[in-house]
Ligand binder design. Structure first.
Ligand SMILES: Cc1ncc(COP(=O)(O)O)c(C=O)c1O
Length: 424
């Protein structure tokens, strides 16, 4: 099958369809295959894989930190670096602003929100910091978050607590719930009349558990509490529209599941919440407090990074979010279903596929996560990430395949895990 053509890619609009990516003759074979069936068509996914440059030394099952750009996206990114350097100040003074606004509009279409509710940031960290630092906190105000949230995001609330005397209520989310209500009730118990902001992870980073954000947001709103969603791992991973989640703020990194260059993220702020947020950086041009641009003064920055988002959206749209979601969930359940129930194996990921997608976490009784990750790498050439968080109930390695991973590589993982577990 043909590799994607760079020239065509660069020429293509961000709404290019799969016919463009694969070539029409190839696409004709797959066009009518429903996503869940296509998820198992290796001939199709081999073609997608051929657009990535994969290091032959190991199997990369750690796309959760940074997901490499597909080659066409990387080429487009490099072209943008060259353009910004070639045109220099002329580019910055004449083209930067309209180019970035156009990309924001395409990102908003991907997110299902309005462009004036979205800004491009460097990452989830910056997006969450913008919200948390944007409040007028008073001593005694409360915020709710979970033990399973990403540590650095919880740390932002700890900093606020030290600075203003606020109180953080940290809940613990059940890892394999029988119902959404089991989770919603955990958050409900932590809300008091003093609660102002609740942070919830859309997907827990170390286990891959998807949380019922809409139900948690509805609960919080009914009690007058704002909702900040940490979507670092959810955006462009599975299919949803940000406004449908009901949160007031949504933060995500684009260098994870959208496959953008490092240092790209988004912050969504619901229209009626923009006015009251204080920006971190002042911007003399913005006098209207309801303009989300006030939250996005970046100074002079590597604009070529933002410009490459366009190509990543084009690549992402070429696969299609429903096909991508179905494949990623298939890959995860492919290997977890083979090891679940094996002696000495602890799966730290919900058994209900609807509560998961690509990410899962596996531990082996009697083997530390660090040792497990080291053995997987040293003996089996499999790269994963060790997670040792007994307080959060997770000890194991995080396994994160992306669209370029094939089941035969997961077979290597299954064999490795089975052998290590047997040897305990
Ligand atoms: C749930 C979650 N939130 C926030 C972050 C921070 O993302 P970034 O480093 O891209 O800002 C991560 C990073 O992995 C994460 O998993």
């Amino acid at each position: 099958m043909p590799r994607i053509n760079k020239r065509e890619f660069l020429r293509a609009s961000s709404c290019a369809g799969l016919g463009w990516l694969l070539g029409d003759s190839v696409w004709a074979r797959f066009a009518d295959v429903p996503p869940r069936q296509l998820a198992q068509r290796e001939d199709f996914w081999e073609t997608i894989r051929s657009n990535y440059r994969l290091k032959p030394d190991y199997i990369n099952l750690e796309s959760g930190y940074y997901s490499m750009q597909a080659e066409p996206v990387l080429e487009a990114f490099i072209a943008k670096v060259r353009q910004a350097n070639y045109e220099a100040s002329y580019y910055l003074r004449t083209k930067q602003v309209p180019d970035k606004l156009a990309i924001r509009t395409r990102l908003a279409a991907t997110a299902g929100c309005s462009a004036d509710e979205l800004v491009i940031t460097r990452n989830t960290t910056e997006s969450i910091a913008t919200v948390v630092n944007g409040y007028d906190w008073k001593a005694g105000d409360e915020a709710v978050m979970a033990e399973q949230d990403y540590g650095h995001m919880v740390a932002q609330f700890k900093l606020i607590a030290r600075r203003y005397g606020t109180v953080n209520k940290v809940v613990s989310v059940p890892g394999d719930p029988k119902s959404d209500d089991e989770i919603v009730q955990v958050y409900a118990k932590a809300i008091t009349p003093r609660t102002r902001l609740l942070m919830v992870s859309h997907m827990i980073n170390v286990t891959g558990q998807i949380l019922p954000v809409r139900k948690i947001a509805d609960l919080a709103h009914a009690r007058g509490v704002d909702v900040l969603v940490d979507g670092a791992h959810a955006f462009a991973h599975f299919d949803f529209r940000i406004p449908d989640l009901g949160g007031d703020y949504y933060a995500a990194s684009l260098h994870k599941w959208l496959g953008c260059p490092l240092g790209t993220g988004i912050l969504y702020v619901r229209k009626d919440k923009i006015t009251k947020l204080w920006p971190i950086y002042a911007d003399w041009r913005i006098t209207d407090d309801a303009d989300i641009g006030k939250l996005n003064h970046t100074g002079t920055h590597p604009v070529h990074t933002d410009l490459a988002i366009d190509s990543a959206i084009a690549f992402h749209n070429s696969i299609g979010i429903q096909r991508k979601e179905a494949r990623l969930r298939y890959l995860q359940t492919y290997w977890t279903s083979k090891v679940r129930g094996m002696k000495n194996i602890v799966l730290n990921t919900p058994s209900d596929p609807a509560r998961t997608c690509a990410i899962a976490n596996v531990g082996i009784t009697g083997v530390t996560p660090a040792d497990l990750a080291a053995t997987l790498f040293d003996k089996y050439r499999i790269f994963t990430n060790a997670v040792d968080n007994p307080a959060g109930g997770v000890q194991g390695v995080r396994v994160t395949p992306h669209v370029f991973i094939l089941p035969r590589e997961l077979d290597v993982l299954v064999k490795a895990i089975a052998e290590i577990a047997r040897a305990v």
